[in-house]
Ligand binder design. Sequence first.
Ligand code: GCV
Length: 721
Amino acid sequence: MRIKTTRSLTFLILFFFGLLSLQAEDGYRLWLRYELVEDQETLKNYRQSASEIIVAPNSPTLSAVAQELERGLGQMLGKSIPLTEKVSRQGAVVAGTPQSSPLIRSLNIEDKLKEVGREGYLLLSARLQGKKVTVIAANTDTGVLYGSFHFLRLLQTRQSIHKLSLSSSPKTQHRILNHWDNLDRTVERGYAGFSLWDWHKLPDYTDPRYIDYARANASIGINGTVLTNVNANALVLTEDYLGKVAALADVFRPYGLKVYLTARFSAPMEIGGLETADPVDPRVQQWWKRKADEIYSHIPDFGGFLVKADSEGQPGPHNYGRTHAEGANMLADALAPHGGIVMWRTFVYSEEAPEDRAKQAYNEFKPLDGKFRDNVLLQVKNGAIDFQPREPFHPLFGAMPETPLMMEFQITQEYLGQGTHLVYLAPMWKEVLEADTYAEGKGSTVAEVVDGSLNDHPLTAMAGVANIGTDRNWTGHPFGQANWYAFGRLAWNPYLSSEEIAEEWIKMTFSNKPEVVQDIKEMMLNSHEAVVNYMTPLGLHHIMAWSHHYGPGPWVANKHRADWTSVYYHQADSAGIGFDRTASGSNAVAQYAPPLEEKFGSPEKVPEKYLLWFHHLPWDYKMKSGNTLWDEMALRYQQGVDTVRQMQQSWNSLEGQIDPERFQHVKTLLEIQEKEAEWWRDAVLLYFQTFSGKPLPEGVEKPTKTLDYFMQLNPKFVPGN
Ligand code: GCV
């Protein structure tokens, strides 16, 4: 008897905790949590304005629309909202295209719809059959899906849906995630577990998670995904793997998400049995044409190729004395009959050239302006070195008016604290997008280059190197989700502000309470400047540890290439610090339009945030604050640490307002971030002090360890390496 009671009790306890763990807030739902509306008045209004759903689910995409509206409205309104065929009550939500829905047709909104294009949509309050309705209308089913997510976002962020008159359409045509995922499921520079793509079990088993991945992307307008690493493996282009890729494409298709692959330039040799991959060789051209035909026979809407060629050991046209244009055009010709595109990366720097690495992509590509086929885009990183915490915009933007240039941002935080630092990247991306290239006179921003408006390019795109993996919450750090979100929103509209994107994301991900939104927003908006300060203030760059880039390594020297060392980038000596990119140095400033060349070329005129990017200056150089350069630098490092501590305080003050699981997770990660910010400050300052010979100014905490200690740290098995 006693045993029985104990067993039942144990069962009850287990059951209770089982339930709890099922309900635990683990971040899986991302920003699509659809929490019940708390405020009764708002709930009442929403229930009145969203009383039934009318979608003719006559395509897989429209079925996805119906499901999402049912799920989102049902959860937020706390009751199931019926899917009906006719307007039977006030407050129906009617979604569709003029083709799929007689109701939408009857509204006569063709003119308005024309303006929003293929993927845009309208959200309108209207009357149908004498009843008030909300209309989600678009020209395509995918547009309806995007509109539905926007409509749900209005409710998620507790905005009025009473008198809607909204339209939206994307500013760039291709909004693409780049997965640096290897076929063995490791992820280069990935800090959130392994690759989502379970190649071994594909094509037979498609993980249900792929659907949630597609939903999340669709909710922010991402319409393409490059499944494989730019350091490419030709195997993915074999018949066997194409079947697996096709299975993923089938899952993604209803969500408007196209698949792309990376094309290894030497594939004709590695999997095709040819002895060359020379792009002007007819056999090679023929091989790629046949390969393209084969790919499209598996995946009729395949997006195209992303290519890293002649870069960091990847093969390319240079191996045969050909240009990047010859290489890209060959692939473009193979894809063109099927409507595919080539995204050719400009991230190149030569093994041999002693030239400043920051100048090499421009030198290589600028002469090729106008020499690419119509279905080629050049994919340019935001800055000329490599996704540093802060870089001035890449000088190629604005320098190639005859060629469509697309942006490549890195969402994964290779150089920005990897999996443990809270860094909201939108402010960094916005800084680049808003930068004036002066290409067509003052006011020619990078955003206008990317959205094609500056030089009338119809082919436009933005790519983000994904931070997604098998971690339950997708991105490892819960705030990594904000960067995935922000990338999608900025790819849709690069003119949105970091602040409004943060606000949307916080409300959907954490809470609509104004004080919570305010505190988290402030943390997020300050976080980029913080990481710049504790890692690379005043234009310093690439002083991370060797190879894995985790932690400081300003002492990295004597590698087989100078431009893989930190000493190459900071150039510190007893006279001063910084890379001279003025006319007296590498003259990289001359790659910018004249007004910028002048501005960046002068230590007095260059914004101080880029000072040491362009100038080598003495340690006692006078800064605008009146401090010497050394003191200013040391104070910036301290300021970075201080900001992290403020972020901790803000977060800790939210205890009880955030679910315990995510609260604790972020709290612990912020503790790690504080420790690592101190590590950065102490290690870098101790190292540079060996050159400056100056004491730390007042206000900068004294290091508790020696330089030797820091230099001997050698963490093993850093992820993503
Ligand atoms: C995919 C940097 C990274 C590499 C990456 C490369 C690139 O060098 O460290 O991991 O390779 O950029 O963008 O191609």
